[in-house]
Ligand binder design. Structure first.
Ligand code: GDP
Ligand code: MG
Length: 160
């Protein structure tokens, strides 16, 4: 019991990853989840969700002065998204690398956006840009009780 409490008090790095409505409509959910799964990160939250406008606006509040903001909110609320919480050392920066550049035409082949998307306004996936935003966004998109703490069977084969 005690080691678990201590472990939960440690600052574990987390990121919020979301398959955007185009990724869901295009049948890319499994493909996108599998990239993070194969890398070796730990999934702690997962749900299909129709995002209300207010939540989209809160999630992207730092961009609310941008000319594309109304289109961005329409896009994110245009259909269900797949919300995910992933955990691991360096998961925020590593997930951003797996995702690739914001503009899919500049994203390297091998990245999710580089392989699966062509336009910034339809770039199939979101990933938090800092550990602080990872925690903030997971708090925004998930309720208490929707996240699972567990130990993957492969843990000792991923980290020495
Ligand atoms: P990200 O962190 O790589 O997702 O990029 P940003 O945080 O800069 O932007 C958030 C999201 O807003 C992007 O993923 C795009 O979906 C959208 N976005 C950013 N820039 C533009 C733009 O110039 N035009 C349009 N239509 N959407 C944009
Ligand atoms: Mg961003």
């Amino acid at each position: 019991f005690l080691p678990r409490v201590v472990a939960s008090l440690e600052q574990v790095e987390e990121t919020y990853i979301m398959v955007k409505p185009d990724g869901v409509q295009r049948g890319l959910v499994g493909e996108i989840i599998s990239r993070f799964e194969k890398k070796g990160f730990k999934l702690t939250g997962l749900k299909l969700f129709q995002c209300p406008k207010e939540l989209a606006e809160e999630h992207y509040k730092d961009l609310n002065a941008k000319p594309f903001f109304p289109k961005l909110i329409d896009y994110i609320t245009s259909g269900p998204v797949v919300c995910m919480a992933w955990e691991g050392d360096g998961v925020v920066a590593s997930a951003r690398k797996l995702i690739g550049s914001t503009n899919p035409l500049q994203a390297e082949p091998g990245t999710i956006r580089g392989d699966l998307a062509v336009q910034t306004g339809r770039n199939v996936v979101h990933g938090s840009d800092s550990p602080e935003n990872g925690k903030r966004e997971i708090g925004l998109w998930f309720k208490d009780g929707e996240l699972c703490q567990w130990t993957p069977a492969q843990a000792s084969w991923l980290r020495e």
